[in-house]
Design a protein around this ligand. Structure first.
Ligand SMILES: Nc1ncnc2c1ncn2[C@@H]1O[C@H](COP(=O)(O)OP(=O)(O)OP(=O)(O)O)[C@@H](O)[C@H]1O
Length: 274
C-alpha cells in the first residue's frame, strides 16, 4: 500500500494537518505512528484505513482492511455476538464462519457471557473488547489500531498483542498508535512521527527499535552498570531501547531503596539537518 503526496485539511480554510506525505507500507510490517497530542496521528490512521479521504494526493493498493477507532460508538442496535457476525459478513465472511470467529474472539477476551447483551448495555471495558474483536474477526491484511489497548485489562492487552503478532506472521500489516512507548516494542519494524504536518521516519537505534526515556526519583545509588544521564538532584534519567525498558524498570524498582518511576516517554528522534 502506498500514500503519495497526501495532504489533509478539515474544511477549505482549515490548517493542513498533513502535507506531502509519502509512505510505503509493505506486507508483514508492524508500523508505529507517534506524535504529540493533536499532531495528526488519528488522521493518518483514518486515511490508511480508508475511513477518511485525503484532501490532496493519492492512496493506492489498500488491501483488505479492518480498523479499531479511537472512540467506538456503542449506541449500535446489536448485541455483541450479532455485531461481530454482522461485521464479519461486511468483510465478506459466510454466516457460519463469521459466527464461529465471533464466538472464538468473545471467548478469547473472556466476554462470552455477554454475547447476547446489547452493546449499549456493556461496560466501557467490555465494549472496547468488542471494538477490537470486530477488527480481528475479519483476519484483515491491514489492521489499523488507534489506541486500541486503551481501556482493555491486562489479559485483553496481551490477547491483542498476540493477535498483532499473528497477523504479522501471516504476512499482514499492522499500523498502530499507542500512548505507551513500550507497546509492541520488540515487534515493531518501523516507526514514523507526525511532526509539523509531515510524516518523519523514526530512525531505528543500534538495537533496531525505538528508544524510551525513563525518569526516576528518590532511589539511592543507581543500579550498577546502568548508563544514566545527569538530571536534577535526586533524579535519574535513562535512555534505553524500548524493548529493554521493562528490564530496566524492574531493576530500578528492585533497588534498595527503590526508585520511584516518574515517567516513561518516547525519546525524541534527532532533529533532521535543515
Ligand atoms: N473531523 C475533524 N474536523 C475538524 N478538525 C479535525 C477533525 N479531526 C481532527 N481534526 C483536527 O486535526 C488535528 C489532528 O487531529 P488528530 O485527531 O488526527 O490528531 P492526534 O495526533 O490523533 O490527536 P490525539 O493525540 O489527541 O489523539 C487536530 O487539530 C484536530 O483538532
Amino acid at each position: 500500500m502506498r500514500l503519495e503526496a497526501v495532504g489533509r485539511r478539515y474544511g477549505a480554510r482549515g490548517p493542513w494537518v498533513l502535507r506531502g506525505v509519502d509512505l510505503d507500507v509493505p506486507g508483514g510490517q508492524v508500523l508505529r505512528v507517534e506524535g504529540a497530542n493533536g499532531s495528526g496521528k488519528s488522521t493518518v490512521l483514518r486515511i490508511l484505513a480508508g475511513i477518511d479521504r485525503p484532501t490532496t494526493g493519492r492512496v493506492s493498493g489498500r488491501p483488505r482492511t479492518a480498523y479499531v477507532p479511537e472512540r467506538f460508538p456503542p449506541a449500535l442496535p446489536f448485541d455483541a455476538h450479532g455485531y461481530l457476525v454482522h461485521l464479519g459478513r461486511v468483510h465478506g465472511l459466510g454466516g457460519r464462519t463469521a459466527a464461529r470467529r465471533a464466538e472464538r474472539w468473545l471467548e478469547c477476551f473472556g466476554i462470552a457471557g455477554y454475547a447476547r447483551t446489547p452493546l449499549a448495555q456493556l461496560s466501557k471495558g467490555t465494549c472496547q473488547k468488542v471494538a477490537v474483536a470486530q477488527a480481528l474477526v475479519a483476519e484483515p491484511e491491514l489492521l489499523v489500531l488507534d489506541e486500541a489497548w486503551t481501556g482493555l485489562d491486562e489479559d485483553a492487552r496481551a490477547v491483542l498483542d498476540d493477535a498483532v503478532r499473528a497477523r504479522s506472521a501471516a504476512g499482514g500489516t499492522v499500523v498502530f498508535v499507542d500512548h505507551d512507548p513500550r507497546r509492541l516494542a520488540a515487534d515493531t519494524t518501523a516507526a514514523h512521527r507526525v511532526q509539523d504536518a509531515r510524516l518523519v521516519p523514526v530512525p531505528p537505534d543500534a538495537a533496531g527499535g525505538p528508544r524510551v526515556v525513563i525518569e526516576a526519583t528518590g532511589g539511592g545509588v543507581p543500579p550498577a552498570g546502568l548508563a544514566y544521564e545527569p538530571a536534577a538532584p535526586g533524579t535519574l534519567q535513562v535512555t534505553v531501547p524500548a524493548a529493554e525498558s521493562d528490564a530496566v524498570l524492574r531493576r530500578l524498582l528492585a533497588a534498595a531503596p527503590p526508585w520511584h518511576i516518574r515517567s516513561v516517554r518516547p525519546a525524541q528522534p534527532p532533529t533532521e539537518p535543515a
